[in-house]
Design a protein around this ligand. Sequence first.
Ligand code: GN1
Ligand code: MG
Length: 369
Amino acid sequence: MPAFEEHHLLEISLAFQIYGEILHAEPCKIGHINETYIATYNQGGVPVRYIHQKINTTVFKDPDGVMNNVLRVTAHLRAKLQAAGAADITRRSLTVIPTRDGRPFHRTKTGECWRTFVFIEGLRTFEAVETAKQAFEAGRAFGEFQQLLVDLPGKRLVETIPHFHNTRRRFAALQKAAAEDRCNRAASAKAEIEFALTREKITGVILDALAKKKVPERITHNDTKFNNVMLDVKTGRACCVVDLDTVMPGCALYDFGDMVRTTTSPTLEDELDLSKVKMGMPMFQALARGYLEAAGSFLTKNERALIAFSGKLITFTIGLRFLTDYLNGDTYFRVHRSGHNLDRCRTQFKLVESIERQEEAMQKFVNGL
Ligand code: GN1
Ligand code: MG
């Protein structure tokens, strides 16, 4: 049984302003939340590809708000790139294809929400970093993304998932899940629960700095994992940042933290051999250089001072979320094997330990840039 029904996708494809007929579609396995397909169309005798994506509306409860943000952000990026005389603009930012009646997404009779993007040819993503150059490119791409959005006009973007990186709330959610132990799994995650509970004191550091306005609110990506930056196959340069559902008001440090989580260890997010999970200093240095090359122009002193800490905090926070989902019965992140969320949590916590050991040296390096 395929993971999707071709017929269903045919029906979806007809809803969008695409000039051609769909030939075939393949599911794309990237991401734990939305469902993504790469579809090939015959357009005037030439095969042209598009992305169709079903928005997970259990997670994104306000798809209108999400798409409104995405349209504003992509239009702004396009305008800035155009003004700078950049080449290849449709490869540098996502392009939303509207529905035949001019909407940013299509709602089916059963309530599914589908959207379509131009597929960008000649780019690819990686699940794990292979070279320091890639880490540098990821840092530069997300830094540039933040920098281009500094002057986004109009009202505040919608918070597509309120309190998304609120570590205090994520910590409380874990405490609740562990206490309720609905699926009888707490015993199998005793060490991980313990690991989490002993680190409560770090949960409020950035939240308090934000509340006291020591660190500013900015427009941020909020899901800066390495597989959300597309690299040019030929040059290896970062070309386009994708997965814009959580672009919203946030903290630049959370973006940097998630880059540390996903680019400094050579391992996958669900690596089973924990001895391989390590924060690699050369990778961190390349990442920080790339990020500061683009974001150095606007970051404040207080933000810079928390750069290394942010890597630890976000890795810890995502670990908390995997652990909570494991205890709650895997209702949020898509899983592909039993215990998958616990495996993911273990990898995150192992990385937290590695960062803890090197945090001072990491910050020292950043201070010297
Ligand atoms: C989810 O679906 P994906 O992989 O882009 C999650 C992120 C997590 C990430 C962990 C909306 O992102 O917050 O960091 O998994 N996205 C949402 O891999 O919760
Ligand atoms: Mg995502």
